[in-house]
Design a protein around this ligand. Structure first.
Ligand SMILES: Nc1ncnc2c1ncn2[C@@H]1O[C@H](COP(=O)(O)OP(=O)(O)OP(=O)(O)O)[C@@H](O)[C@H]1O
Length: 333
């Protein structure tokens, strides 16, 4: 099995922008409970990074440390190019954080919440109003803007929360479990918002318990388990780390099916469906080997499909965890 840790940077490219977040040897304990046991992260600017892990893995702790809310016991951390130990204020100016617990004040309206944030960012009155109106519009909250936030649905509150985070125009955004508790429609709308942010050049660091969410959104995913990064890579790279991938060949001609089974030796056949299942990591090299052997035997399959394991397989294989809420089938919580 290849090493579970994938390279995090494209080597030899001088044009590459500096990492938005870089941490080396991040460690944190609460009392005698070790939560982070030496974590390295490197997140390229303008990408989505997902930190994935079950309850209590330490995801929020990582977000709190990177956003200067909690200090690390050890580690060299740069956020937005600023050394967190030397200049936390500069790092803070570059970031926005939306935590699991909403910053929205339910007693005042959505608009008033936005204007409060504008005040905190020392925007002038007119600029504050313009920014608030723009963001409320962008997050589809204009109609509800004058209603108390306590009357908003979970999805609306979450959108307002992110809109408030954006008032200061941060270039790096930390979203701690942005879709936990949202229904499928709100979850998809949150995913659209996150994609739009990234297309505007923002770097998004998100934590999630949802494998599907990481698969949908993230350029790179890290699996946090027992205080360490158990694996890191793109969703496809991670899926290739675990067995379960295969190529399925289907035939309509029984004699072609039998010839293929002979030519390929390995795999399992389904005589009724006239299909062969050949173990494969889904890579071009392995696929070509299968096709070459079929071509050499003068056989053509009617259908070829490549099946790669999903992130659930990866998570269970690499962390041995069975406590991950699988919402891949769009469960509503
Ligand atoms: N202030 C604190 N004092 C003591 N222990 C803490 C503190 N904050 C977090 N912990 C512990 O550290 C561990 C990691 O917590 P953390 O909130 O970072 O996990 P998480 O992966 O974000 O979990 P969840 O998905 O439930 O939010 C947990 O065991 C938690 O109980």
């Amino acid at each position: 099995m290849p090493s579970p840790v994938m390279p995090t940077s494209r080597n030899g490219n001088d044009q590459e922008p500096p990492a938005a977040v870089r941490a080396v040897g991040l460690r944190k304990s609460y009392g005698d409970k070790l939560v982070l046991d030496g974590i390295d992260l490197s997140i390229p600017t303008g990408t989505v990074f997902a930190l994935l892990g079950p309850n209590g893995a330490g995801k929020t702790t990582v977000v709190k440390i990177l956003s200067t809310l909690v200090s690390a016991d050890a580690g060299d951390i740069h956020v937005g190019g600023h050394d967190l130990a030397a200049d936390p204020q500069a790092a803070r100016a570059a970031i926005g954080v939306t935590g699991q617990f909403s910053a929205v004040d339910g007693l005042i309206t959505g608009e008033e919440n936005m204007l409060l944030m504008a005040d905190l960012h020392h925007l002038s009155r007119s600029e504050g109003r313009r920014t608030a109106a723009e963001l409320l519009e962008r997050f589809d909250l204009t109609e509800a803007a004058r209603k108390p936030a306590s009357t908003y649905s979970g999805g609306m509150k979450r959108r307002l929360d992110i809109a408030m985070t954006l008032v200061g125009n941060p270039r790096i955004i930390f979203l701690d479990e942005p879709t936990t508790g949202l229904d499928p429609r709100s979850r998809h709308s949150m995913w659209r918002i996150i994609r739009e942010l990234v297309s505007g050049g923002v770097t998004v660091f998100l934590t999630t318990q949802y494998l599907e969410e990481a698969d949908e959104l993230a350029d790179r995913i890290a699996l946090l388990s027992n205080g360490r990064i158990a694996a890191e890579g793109s969703a496809d790279e991670l899926k290739r780390l675990v067995p379960g991938g295969h190529v399925r060949l289907r035939f309509s001609d029984p004699s072609a099916y039998r010839s293929a089974a002979l030519a390929l030796h390995e795999g399992t056949g389904d005589d009724e469906a006239l299909s062969l299942r050949i173990p494969s990591d889904g890579s071009q090299r392995e696929l070509r080997a299968v096709l070459d052997r079929l071509a050499a035997a003068g056989i053509e399959a009617d259908e070829l499909t490549v099946h790669t394991p999903d992130l659930d397989d990866v998570f269970f294989a690499l962390t041995g965890d069975t406590d991950v809420p699988s919402q891949t089938r769009e469960e509503v919580r």
